[in-house]
Design a protein. Structure first.
Length: 229
């Protein structure tokens, strides 16, 4: 079995767009596509950029409906993630509104990644009813067509400054360990963190480590399609 590398990017907006474009350029040189986590609130130049990226091989996953960015800094937010505990009916209503907004933006998708990677059982049921094909959560990827769950935990960096050097080192170490064992490395990048040189460098080092270990880079959609084949 060959190791796999999946890189997702969230937090795309007008303020972070230059960092997103820089990351996409560096990953493009390495042959690594992005899975873009897009909230329906996306507008303006950011929408155009996402459309362009999809044309060159990146994928788009719906990333919630009305959630706002989490407060950054040392204080841990206690806000409940948007889809973490919703029953199927309420999740379905939010998904209907989100899908309509994505259609208007020309960004139709059947892939879903919930805010903070937490989805309730009701959300999974609602996604199936809305004909979504995949849901990527904190510990795995759900193939909503077959019911199969492909286990693999998300790897990312927190926004806290404490132990920043250690966190960056641990991310690269996890990338090495996972891909040497022919596992699946899921790197989740928040665009806001790309303004921090240490975080940006750690993510790129993790990508390079995975590629050096023979990992195949792909999007979430391509990976679930391969697993179902």
């Amino acid at each position: 079995m060959t190791a796999r590398l999946l890189v997702s990017l969230s937090g795309i907006d007008a303020r972070t767009l230059h960092h997103c474009a820089d990351l996409a350029e560096h990953l493009g040189r390495r042959g690594v596509p992005l899975s873009l986590l897009v909230a329906p609130r996306l507008a303006g130049a950011a929408v155009d950029w996402v459309r362009t990226r999809r044309l060159v091989g990146d994928d788009v996953l719906l990333h919630g409906f009305d959630h706002t960015r989490e407060p950054r800094g040392r204080t841990v937010s206690m806000r409940r993630p948007e889809f973490a505990s919703l029953p199927a009916h309420e999740a379905g209503l939010r998904l209907t509104a989100a899908m309509s907004a994505m259609e208007r933006a020309g960004l139709h998708t059947t892939g879903f990644a919930p805010p903070r990677w937490l989805a309730s059982r009701g959300t999974l049921i609602a996604l199936q009813r809305k004909d979504f094909t995949l849901c990527a959560d904190l510990v795995g990827v759900h193939d909503l067509r077959t019911g199969a769950v492909w286990r693999s935990r998300v790897q990312s960096l927190s926004s806290h400054e404490r132990a920043e050097t250690w966190r960056c080192f641990a991310l690269v170490l996890a990338a090495s360990r996972t891909t040497r064992r022919a596992g699946t490395l899921r790197l989740a990048i928040d665009a806001a963190d790309l303004s921090r040189p240490s975080h940006r460098a750690a993510y790129l080092d993790a990508v390079d480590t995975a590629l050096d270990n023979g990992a195949t880079a792909m999007t979430y959609r391509a990976c679930t399609a391969l697993s179902a084949a």
